[in-house]
Design a protein around this ligand. Sequence first.
Ligand SMILES: [Zn+2]
Length: 369
Amino acid sequence: MINAERLLDTFLRYVQIDSESGHEKVMGETLVRDVKALGLEPITDKAGETFGSDGFNVFFRFPGTLPGDPFVLSAHMDTVVPGKGIRPFIEDGVIQSGPDTILGGDDKSGICGILEAITTILEKGLPHRTAEVVFSIGEEGGMRGAKAFDMGQLKSKRAFVLDSSGDVGKVIVGAPGQIKIFADVVGKRAHAGLAPEQGISAIQVAAKGIAKMNLLRIDEETTCNIGTIKAEYATNIVPDRVSLIAEVRSRNFDKLNAQAAHIKDCLQAACDEAGAKLEIELRTNYVSYKVDEESDTVKMVLDAAKRVGVKGFTTLGGGGSDANIFNRNGIEAVVLGTGMTKVHTTEETLKVENLNNIAELAFQLLTAE
Ligand SMILES: [Zn+2]
C-alpha cells in the first residue's frame, strides 16, 4: 500500500542530515517542514535546553475518524556517534553506510515508517484512527528528550515506539530499569607512619563494604556491577575518601530498588562499624516496565503484523528506550523492531524490505478497523 520509492528517498535524505545526540536542530527543522507539508501542525518544545542540545522534540496529532482510542507512534531523531557525514548506499537490497559512520537507521527507520504511513493515508484519503506522533531528541544516552517532553499533552493510553533492532514483527514487552549509585566513603586522614591509629582508611572501609555485597548476576531479571572505584594517595597517608560508581538493572521495579538499597546498606554498615561517613546518591535513570502479552496494545501489533505478512512475536529487551519513559508516565508502551541491525556500530545496516515493512506496519496500525 505504501510508496516504497518515496519511503526510500526520504530515508536516504534523512540519514544524510547529521543529528548526533545534542545536535538535532537541523533534523528537527526538517521534520517540522515535512510535517507541515502534509497539512499537519507540528508542535516543538524546549526539551533541548534541559541537556545542552540545540534540538527539540517534534509532536503532532493525526486526527482520524475510525473508532478506537488514540495511540502514540514514536521514534527518536538523534543518533549515536560517529553520525556525521553519513553516505548511504544500497547493495543487494541492504542499505549501508561508508566504513567511518553508523547508518542512522536507529532510529530514522522508525521516523520514516511513521511518516510514510501517514503520507499514504492522506494521499489516498483513507479513514484512519487518531494518532499522536512524538519524534524525540536525546534518546541515546538517557532518553533525555522524552524525559523533558510534556506528556500531559497526550490523550493516548498506549504507545508504539518504533526503535528496536530485529525484523519487523518483533514486539518488546518489557525492559529493565536502571539505578546508578554514586557513593563516597569518607574516612579520616592521618600520617600512615607516625599516627595511623588516628586515621580511618576509606579504602579499607569501602573494601569491607564491597566484600559483603551481592554483585553481578543477582537473579534472572536483576544485575548489579561496580564500574568505578577511585582513590589515589601517597602510601604514607591514611586515605580519607574513596569514590564508587555502580549500577543496578532489573526488569522488576521492587528488585531494582531492593538491590540498590542492599549496596547502600553494605557500605553504610561498614562505615558505621569504622566511624566513617557515607555520602551516597541513588539516581534512577529509568524505571522498568512489563506490558501484559494479552493486552490490547500487544494484540494490535500482532494483528497488524499478520496483515503485513510478517511473523509477529514478543520478547524482552535488555536496554532502555523512550518506552520506559512513556510507561513511567502511565502510557502503556511497547517497542517495535524496524529491521535495523548492528546498531551503534559502523556496520549498521537495514534491509529495504524491512523499511517497507515497518511503514506497512504503521499503516496497518493506523487503518485497523
Ligand atoms: Zn534507537
